[in-house]
Ligand binder design. Structure first.
Ligand SMILES: [Zn+2]
Length: 146
C-alpha cells in the first residue's frame, strides 16, 4: 500500500499452505486486465520453512508452480499485449534453520519477446548461471520494469 498498489482481497487466502491458489491466480489475471503492475504474494512456502517441514515446502512450491504461475502464464500468453512475469521469493526461509536469511534468491524474469538464457532449472544454484547475474533489489526492479 505504501507503494501505491491497490489491495485485492481474495476469499480463502490464508497465508498458509492451504491458501486459495486458484483464486489468487485468477485475481492476478483479472487485475492485469486493468492494472499495469500486479504483485502477487504467496506466503505458503515461507510458512513451511518456518515449520521446518521439507515435504510441505516442496508441495507449496509445486502448488505455486502448477496452480498459480502456470494458469497466469497460460492466460496472459493468449493476450495481444505482452505481459512480463517475474517469479521470486522475497527471502530464503531454509527448513534447516526455520527462519529467514539474507542470502541471495533465485529469480525468473519472463518476457514474451525475449530469448531465454540457457538456464532450464529454477533453483539457487542454476540461477547463478543466468544472464542477469547477481542483482541488488533496486537493480532487480529497474531490470524488471525496463
Ligand atoms: Zn517468514
Amino acid at each position: 500500500m505504501y507503494a501505491g498498489l491497490r489491495p485485492i482481497v481474495v476469499e480463502g487466502a490464508t497465508g498458509l499452505y492451504n491458501t486459495n491458489y486458484e483464486g489468487k491466480a485468477q485475481a492476478a489475471i483479472d487485475a492485469l486486465r486493468t492494472d499495469d503492475f500486479v504483485y502477487l504474494h504467496i506466503e505458503a512456502s515461507d510458512e513451511a520453512g518456518h515449520e521446518g517441514d521439507v515435504a510441505l515446502k516442496v508441495k507449496t512450491i509445486e502448488y505455486l508452480d502448477s496452480r498459480v504461475v502456470k494458469p497466469i502464464f497460460e492466460e496472459v500468453s493468449k493476450w495481444d499485449e505482452p505481459v512480463t512475469i517475474a517469479v521470486l521469493p522475497d527471502h530464503p526461509t531454509p527448513c534447516s534453520i526455520r527462519t529467514h536469511t539474507a542470502a541471495p534468491v533465485p529469480f525468473i524474469i519472463y518476457r514474451p519477446e525475449q530469448q531465454p538464457d540457457a538456464v532450464l532449472i529454477y533453483d539457487e544454484f542454476e540461477a547463478q548461471k543466468g544472464s542477469y547475474g547477481m542483482l541488488q533489489s533496486q537493480q532487480f526492479m529497474q531490470m524488471l520494469l525496463s
